[in-house]
Ligand binder design. Structure first.
Ligand code: EPZ
Length: 422
């Protein structure tokens, strides 16, 4: 398995191009099932999760052609579609469950494996099931698979989710576009990836209003047509690279960065003593004046502080002046980066969903283990400023959500290289 070696190398400077959003692309791709006409996505990120979704869609009968090195995905589902999402693929990536809504809308039935748990939590699907049942689906669990059917097709409904689940919002939204009548989803997720999906669906002929707010209204239509759509900028990759100069010093411009995608995150950076300036091409980030100040963080659904930036923010706060308290309210087990950061000399006390970080002057390089996607990149960020060399193992986690991370960081002055596994 590959490893990444990173050595503290002083302040960074230069530009980092931010790619299209993994979590937008993973819901935009299944939307191709909603029309027999081609759907083409541009600005797609080149990631292993996207390749996994490609494999899943191809197993359902969708034609997926990757162009321009993976930046363009040309998809067409005009052939026979088989409605079975196999466990072997789904267990690798929870987002595979985003084919459930589109398959139900397209075919009136679907068999989708439950994804099973992952490192950060049990990740059940009850909110998805309640939402699709409200639209007239009958869903039962047999041998680890969700068997979903509809008698007479999906019907519009008013439904309030118990929690603003991102994936359940996306499944409901896609299914409701072809349901008979009007649907209203309450307590809907408001993430930018939801808005991006709704924007693409409108290009395909869907009638959707209120995306980006807690109440989304969908007027079902008889059919959708093809479209071409650019994947929105990845706000999590953006926040991750914004933390590089915050941790190491220097000044870095994140190309394609938009402040509206990371407003809550920027508020915390400002409080910690990090300046963020909008430029014609993105966002420029630098330390304002010397040592980072401790700040408290609570993760919440958008527009709150994103859970997907919690691990990376902890890496910054390990060397802040003072004590920071991070509360993880979205997932039940998302502090696995803490013991690894402690191997580098960080002082962190974890109690349930709360981590208390007491800043130290400097971390020290050490061999560490990636446990999940965002934890792996937090270890890289910590290694950028640590004294000596950090060796991060199991970097396959990293490749799920970050394209060419060592190239992008080397280009701004980091001392980092990937060593191919034995
Ligand atoms: C999406 O996951 C993202 N993934 C996650 O990013 C992100 O962390 C998460 O939203 C929250 O923002 C994709 O978009 C592909 P949820 P999703 O449904 O949709 C519980 C990354 O690092 N829940 O909003 O699965 C769930 O267990 C990944 O890129 C239920 O209990 O998130 C979790 O505790 C990680 N029942 C919470 O809600 C359900 O039916 C949030 O889940 C669904 C969810």
């Amino acid at each position: 398995m590959d490893q990444i070696m990173v050595t503290g190398n002083g302040p960074l400077s230069g530009q980092v191009p931010i790619a299209g959003a993994k979590n937008a692309c993973l819901t935009l791709m299944p939307a191709t099932l909603l029309s027999e006409e081609p759907l083409t996505l541009t600005n797609a990120p080149r990631l292993s999760d996207i390749r996994t979704m490609t494999t899943l869609l191809q197993s359902l009968g969708v034609e997926v052609t990757s162009l321009q090195g993976g930046k363009v995905l040309a998809m067409a589902s005009h052939g026979t579609i088989t409605p079975v999402a196999d466990y072997d693929i789904v267990r690798k990536m929870r987002a595979s469950n985003l084919v459930l809504g589109p398959l139900l809308a397209r075919l009136g039935h679907a068999v989708v494996s439950l994804p099973g748990g992952c490192a950060i939590g049990a990740r059940p699907m009850d909110i998805h099931i309640d939402a699709l049942t409200a639209l007239g689906a009958e869903i039962d669990l047999r041998e680890g698979y969700l068997h979903a059917t509809t008698k007479g097709g999906l019907r519009g409904a008013v439904h309030e989710m118990r929690f603003a689940s991102v994936g359940a919002t996306e499944n409901f939204l896609m299914a409701a576009t072809l349901a008979k009548g009007t649907s209203v989803l309450k307590n809907a997720a408001r993430e930018p990836e939801i808005v991006d999906l709704a924007t693409c669906l409108r290009k395909m002929g869907a009638q959707i209003a209120g995306d980006g707010t807690g109440t989304i209204e969908i007027q079902g239509v008889d059919r959708l047509h093809g479209a071409t759509h650019p994947v929105v900028t990845d706000r999590i990759e953006l926040g991750t690279y914004m933390l590089a100069p915050a941790i190491c010093g220097g000044e870095v411009e994140c190309l394609g960065g938009r402040i509206d995608l990371v407003a809550a995150f920027c508020e915390k950076l400002d409080a910690a003593g990090v300046s963020v300036t909008e430029t014609p091409r993105g966002l420029t980030v630098a330390q304002k004046n010397g040592r980072i100040r401790a700040v408290d963080v609570v993760t919440e659904p958008f527009p709150g502080f994103p859970t997907d930036l919690q691990a990376q923010m902890m890496a910054l706060l390990c060397t802040a002046d003072g004590v920071s308290v991070l509360e993880e309210r979205i997932f039940e087990n998302r502090f696995m980066h803490a013991p690894e950061l402690m191997r580098m000399g960080a002082r962190i006390e974890v109690q349930g969903g709360t981590a208390r970080v007491t800043g130290v002057d400097r971390l020290k390089g050490a061999p560490v283990m990636a446990t999940d996607l965002r934890a792996s990149v937090s270890l890289i960020l910590a290694g950028l400023a640590a004294q000596g060399e950090t060796v991060v193992s199991r970097v396959y986690h990293l490749d799920r959500g970050y394209e060419r991370v060592e190239e992008k960081l080397s280009a701004i002055g980091a001392k980092i290289e990937r060593v191919s596994g034995k």
